[in-house]
Design a protein around this ligand. Structure first.
Ligand code: ZN
Ligand code: ZN
Length: 99
């Protein structure tokens, strides 16, 4: 058995497995690219812009007291690697903002 060939196959397999960790799809478009907002590695690091937006939306908390309404986000950190999420990212020379 030639170990170098199987290693190449393995590496190619990993590259083609780029998929979103939220919706588990591997398609992406120019307006909904893959982002890597945290320090996760491997297949866990890719998240669609739109998926990340709906995830951050679910973290949005509103708070109302005496007619004063405030809106804030609970800690926006990755649940896996615990690093703070990047809220602005450049992808192919385009700036994407999450909030
Ligand atoms: Zn997705
Ligand atoms: Zn992470």
């Amino acid at each position: 058995m030639d170990s170098s060939i199987s290693e190449k196959r393995f590496k190619r397999g990993v590259i083609s497995q780029r998929m979103c960790r939220i919706c588990l799809e591997n398609d992406f478009t120019k307006d909904n690219p893959f982002l890597t907002p945290c320090k996760c590695t491997g297949s866990l690091r890719n998240v669609h812009l739109e998926c990340l937006r709906s995830w951050t939306d679910s973290k949005k908390l509103s708070y109302e007291e005496d007619g004063l309404k405030s809106l804030f986000w609970s800690d926006l950190a990755c649940e896996i690697c615990k690093s703070k999420l990047l809220l602005k990212m450049w992808v192919n020379n385009r700036l994407f903002e999450l909030l």
